[in-house]
Structure formats: C-alpha cells, structure tokens
Design a protein around this ligand. Structure first.
Ligand SMILES: C[S@@+](CC[C@H](N)C(=O)[O-])C[C@H]1O[C@@H](n2cnc3c(N)ncnc32)[C@H](O)[C@@H]1O
Length: 350
C-alpha cells in the first residue's frame, strides 16, 4: 500500500501522471495537515458526537464544546478527506470513520490516533537521528504516566486489527496449556489465543510501568486468572525451563539489538517444552528498497529512528531460532496487517 496524489477528475489525473501537479507539496503540507485534522477529530470527540445521526456544525460544536466556526472548518475538511459526507447542512460519518474512529466500534483505532500525538513529537526529531545516527528510542522518551497510558491504549487499538487472525493462524496445538506473552502489554493477543484453545492460559511479561496502565485494559476482557500480568524485564528475568507450550513476542524484537535478541532467544529455547513454539510477530524489514512498498518504506525509517535496532529481516529472526536449537517453520505473513508476519521456531520433540 502507498499514499499518493490521486487526481479527482480527468484533467487532474493527467496532471498527476505527467508530473505537472506539485506532488511534493501534496505529499507534505496536505499529508501532514490532513493527518492532523483526522487526529483532531478524534481528540475533540467529533466522530462520536456525530454517531449514527446527521448533525449540523452547531450541534457537533455544542457536543464537543468547540468553537462553532472552527468546528465547521474541520467538518468541511473531513468531508474533503472522505471521513464525512455533507448534505443539506448536516454531516454524517462515512463507513471508514464509523468503523475505525468511533470509540464504541469493535474495530476502533481512535486510541492509536491519540497516541500519534506522542509519535508526532518523535518523528519531528528525524533530523536529529540523521545527524547523530542515534535512534530516538521510543521507550526512553515516554516520560510520565499519561504517555504510558496512551502508549498501552494505542497498542491495544492496533492489536484489535490483527489479533483474531493471529490467534486463528498461530501454530499452537489444541492441547497446549501454558503461554508466555513477552512484552504483551494490554494482553489482547493472549486473550484471543486463549479464547480459541480451551486448556490454554497465558502469562504476560512486561515492564512494571507498562503493567501499571495495561492492567485496566486487560481487566476489561474478563479473563481472570487465565490471562494475567507478571512485572519484569525480558532481558534479565529467568524464563524457566521446559515451562511453556508457546512463547509469543509481538512488536518487541525491534526494540532490542541483535545480540540481545540472540541471547533472549536462547533463554526462550530452554524455556519451551518439547514441541513448543516461539512465535515472533513483527513488521518485517524489506529485503530491498523496491520490495518495501510505500507503507513498508516509511515504517522502515520510523522503526529505525524510534527503536534500538529497527525491524529485522525474516532470515535474521530465523537465525536466532536456529541458534537457540529450534527448527524453523514457514513464516506466516498477515493478511490484516501489511508488512507484518509471524516467524515461527519449534523446539524438537525430546
Ligand atoms: C510496541 S509494544 C507491543 C505491545 C504488544 N506486544 C503488541 O504487539 O500490541 C512493546 C511492549 O514491550 C514492552 N517492553 C519493552 N521492553 C521490554 C523489556 N525489556 N521487557 C519486557 N517488556 C518490554 C513495552 O513496555 C511494551 O508494552
């Protein structure tokens, strides 16, 4: 997938195709202004305020407690961006905003858009990263409980996009009983995996400052003792010996260096029961710039700048598995999340 300049009539399509339209202006000023407008709509509660009815600008402004004229401007912008429609002085949600941005939708990623205010500040430091070559380390920039709270909620929102698919396609046997979800935060992946396998329970190992905010998110799922948190540090904690049927790490290995991942994977290898699996879910580092695609290329820089190591190629993750004595299985590319895959290693039967 890629973002791009799309002509809205024949003349514009010709201008776009023949390089007469100023694409860099549209892909910068229009892109960042549009992003901020969509996010502002979430922040002031505009999509919830419209809900399932057609509303006037004055009604939306009254519900959101925002300035009427400025609210009308934002509403008109969101019509142009196809998040709203307009007829006879009233605004309605489109399918896109109803599915993804209304907070009561089961697919809502509104919390991720709120966390994007923090990511916005990090991305504003790309030039610093370019000058020093030092990654900006997202976790190091998360100062204060409010940011940790937005981070955990944002991660939960993104997990909602793919958790059902991950749970359905994860190669875990029906008889499995013990799962360790390292860096599992909100625990939603564990919840979905356990819901599909009656005998399975899961322990979510995460940093204490994450659990402080993730606990309430997990409690919403009503899983009780079947999915519970354990405060700790994956880089130093004892993970046990022949303890787990599945060890799952989603969006974690890009925070660690090659050496840290190699060492962690060895401890994971020892902690797996015979025939147990280690599943790494992450955005995959593209093999070439051309292979990345638009979204992949932008994410590659994002992860390089904001995490210790950036994303990893599948082959590197498989090498960690082999080093840890695991046999490598076919990677599972996700259909619901572009550029992401599950990379699977299995401990041989005794
Ligand atoms: C990008 S989030 C991913 C959350 C979740 N696994 C998901 O995919 O939605 C990374 C998580 O790893 C946790 N984490 C980072 N370093 C860690 C460490 N050394 N030990 C345990 N957890 C860690 C963070 O607190 C955060 O919750």
């Amino acid at each position: 997938m890629r973002l791009g300049v799309i002509g809205e009539n024949l003349v514009e399509r010709i201008l776009a195709r023949t390089n007469l339209a100023p694409a860099p202006l549209i892909e910068t000023q229009i892109a960042f202004s549009m992003a901020r407008a969509i996010m502002a709509g979430v922040k002031v509660g505009l999509y919830d305020a419209i809900g399932s009815h057609a509303k006037t600008a004055a009604e939306v402004a009254a519900t959101c407690k925002t300035a009427p004229e400025a609210t009308a401007k934002l509403l008109d912008t969101l019509v142009g961006c196809r998040y709203l429609t307009y007829r006879d002085g009233r605004y309605r949600l489109t399918e896109k905003s109803r599915k993804w941005l209304v907070t009561t939708s089961p697919h809502s990623i509104a919390d991720k858009l709120l966390f994007q205010y923090d990511e916005w500040d990090v991305v504003a430091k790309y030039e610093e990263y370019l000058t020093t070559g030092e990654p900006l380390e997202l976790h190091g920039t998360l100062e204060g409980g409010a940011i940790w709270d937005r981070y955990q909620r944002g991660m939960r929102a993104v997990a909602g996009i793919s958790a059902d698919e991950v749970a359905a396609r994860m190669p875990v046997s029906a008889g499995a009983t013990d799962m360790l979800d390292i860096g599992g935060s909100h625990g939603y992946f564990s919840v979905c995996v356990c819901c599909r396998r009656a005998a399975l329970r899961s322990t979510i190992l995460d940093l204490p400052e994450a659990i402080e905010h993730a606990a309430a998110i997990l409690a919403r799922e009503g899983m009780g003792e079947r999915v519970r948190h354990r405060a700790g540090n994956a880089l130093t904690d004892d993970l046990g010996s022949e303890t787990w049927d599945v060890v799952f790490l989603s969006q974690l290995v890009h925070h660690f260096t090659d050496e840290q991942n190699r060492e962690l994977m060895k401890r994971i290898g020892r902690s797996l029961k015979p025939d147990g699996v280690c599943v790494l879910l992450d955005v995959i580092r593209p093999s070439t710039p051309e292979a990345a695609g638009g979204v992949g290329a932008v994410l590659d820089l994002y992860f390089a700048a904001t995490s210790r190591s950036g994303t990893w190629p599948i082959a590197t993750m498989q090498a960690w598995h082999r080093d840890a004595g695991l046999s490598v299985e076919a990677p599972i590319p996700l259909r619901t999340l572009p550029n992401a895959a599950m990379v699977v290693g299995r401990r041989p039967r005794a």
